[in-house]
Design a binder for this molecule. Structure first.
Ligand SMILES: Cc1ncc(COP(=O)(O)O)c(C=O)c1O
Length: 351
């Protein structure tokens, strides 16, 4: 593939690899618009930019996400407003979003965190009542479907990350998908400095292009996705079997009609019922050279730029505040072997 790239004499700028991968993405995600980006963060920035929201207006999102979700709002000159998550799915809670809406609200960003699909119907209902667009941060949800419908069909736009940590990756990369073919042109200009031709620039665009090497990695990785997903599904079953009977350990939610992306395996550890804290488990695993992740802890409202903001919830105490010290993502990839599994099980079952 490297030879092909050198021979084409196109290293970037919508080259043949880029075009081929983009066509494959369009088919895979069944999205009339599927545009590759150099990373998920620039894709998020661009998706928000596309909405032409009132400067300074408020965008409601979840605090239980990667910092990039909130940063993309601020970089667009908008104000993030954090609403609580639903205790069962840990995704943005429609009732809390309804509480957070003001006359200044201009959009909602839901995050399909861990690959768990947001309550897309509930969020859409709230959004429609107020005439607000929804963007989904689908960084964790590549390949997920709801009722057989690919997640990219929901909301005004969905943004994927193809970072090296993702099941499908292009080392660094991202994508905006929308259900509307007419978005292609606008996103094309936003992604490429707004350049129309050699002499005209028609839009304040950014550089969101992927290079040919990134696209080639994607073309090589895409055929491997299904096998990796199958292996992770098996791993999910093994984890559920091994940890299912432990009091105080909540397994990932099983959603009706959802084909999971198999990006993460988050467990929620209730210290009172389990007898140990999430951090105890994290440290015990680490001692055995097993690296789990405290995703997402700290949450966005713990970070310096957002610390002054509270989480709006329809409950007395935001659930996001409670769960952040309890959630732990276990190693979740085809490289987890029997020794790792025995170690992980031993740590959870230790007295
Ligand atoms: C939920 C979420 N949103 C956005 C991003 C940003 O994606 P990228 O790292 O491709 O810029 C990530 C990254 O891992 C993420 O987990």
């Amino acid at each position: 593939m490297l030879d092909e790239i050198w021979d084409s004499k196109m290293l970037t700028n919508n080259g043949p690899m880029h075009q081929k991968l983009e066509a494959e993405m369009e088919a895979y995600l069944q999205a009339p618009t599927a545009m590759l980006f150099n990373n998920g963060t620039i894709a998020l920035l661009t998706a928000l930019k596309m909405l032409d929201l009132e400067p300074g207006s408020e965008v409601i999102t979840t605090p239980l996400t990667f910092a990039a979700t909130a940063h993309a709002i601020v970089w667009n000159g908008l104000k993030p407003v954090f609403a609580d998550v639903s205790p069962d799915t840990l995704t943005l809670d429609p009732a809390s979003v309804a509480h957070a809406i003001t006359s200044k609200t201009s959009a909602i960003i839901g995050v399909h965190v861990y690959g768990t699909i947001c309550d897309v119907e509930g969020l859409q209902r709230v959004a429609d009542e107020h005439g607000l667009p929804i963007i989904y941060d689908a960084a964790h949800a590549f390949g997920a479907t709801l009722g057989g419908i690919p997640v990219a069909k929901f909301g005004r736009a969905s943004v994927f990350s193809f970072h090296a940590t993702k099941l499908f990756n292009t080392f660094e990369g991202g994508l905006i998908a929308t259900p509307d073919a007419e978005d292609r042109e606008r996103i094309y200009f936003l992604r490429n400095f707004g350049i129309l031709n050699e002499e005209e620039v028609v839009e304040v665009g950014i550089n969101g292009k992927v290079n040919e090497l990134q696209a080639a990695i994607g073309l090589l990785n895409l055929p491997l996705v299904e096998n990796e997903r199958i292996q992770r599904r098996r791993l999910r079953e093994i984890y559920c079997e091994a940890l299912g009977d432990l009091p105080g350990v909540r397994l990932p939610v099983v959603q009706d009609n959802v084909e999971n992306s198999e990006q993460y395996f988050p467990v929620v550890i209730n210290p009172q019922r389990f007898g140990r804290t999430r951090d105890d488990v994290y440290n015990a695993l680490k001692e055995r050279q097993i690296f789990s992740r405290k995703y997402f802890h700290p949450i966005c409202t713990d970070f310096e730029p957002y610390r002054h903001m509270s989480i709006i919830s329809h409950r007395n105490r935001p659930f996001a505040e409670e769960v952040k010290s309890q959630v732990l993502c276990l190693p979740f990839h085809s490289g987890v072997d029997d020794t790792d599994l025995a170690d992980i099980s031993a740590v959870f079952h230790a007295k």
